[in-house]
Write a protein that binds this ligand. Structure first.
Ligand SMILES: [Zn+2]
Length: 96
């Protein structure tokens, strides 16, 4: 790990995340999957860490606004003239 990489904030360096997988009996259940954030590396570069932090900050802020208004995601989406999916992406900081 070089000086400018950070431990992955999602898997905490474990390189895997646990996820519930649905499908055929031999593959369904709780599985360890390769972490999508660090792509199984366990650490992410500085720019990606910064992007992650920015996204996390947006998410926190946007959620706080909605909760202050005491609205559900559906109600908030309607108020902002967005689809529920678009609003969900917006609140999670995946779009602006
Ligand atoms: Zn990771």
């Amino acid at each position: 790990m070089s000086y400018d990489s950070f431990t992955c904030p999602v898997c905490n360096g474990a390189k895997q995340t646990m996820a519930f997988v649905c499908g055929r009996p031999e593959v369904s259940g709780l599985r360890a999957l390769t972490c999508q954030t660090c792509k199984g590396v366990g650490s992410i570069p500085e720019w990606e860490m910064r992007a992650y932090n920015e996204q996390a900050a947006k998410k926190k802020q946007r959620r706080a606004v909605r909760e202050a208004l005491d609205l559900s995601m559906m109600e908030m989406a309607k108020r902002m003239g967005m689809s529920r999916q678009d609003y969900n992406d917006y609140e999670h900081g995946r779009r602006d």
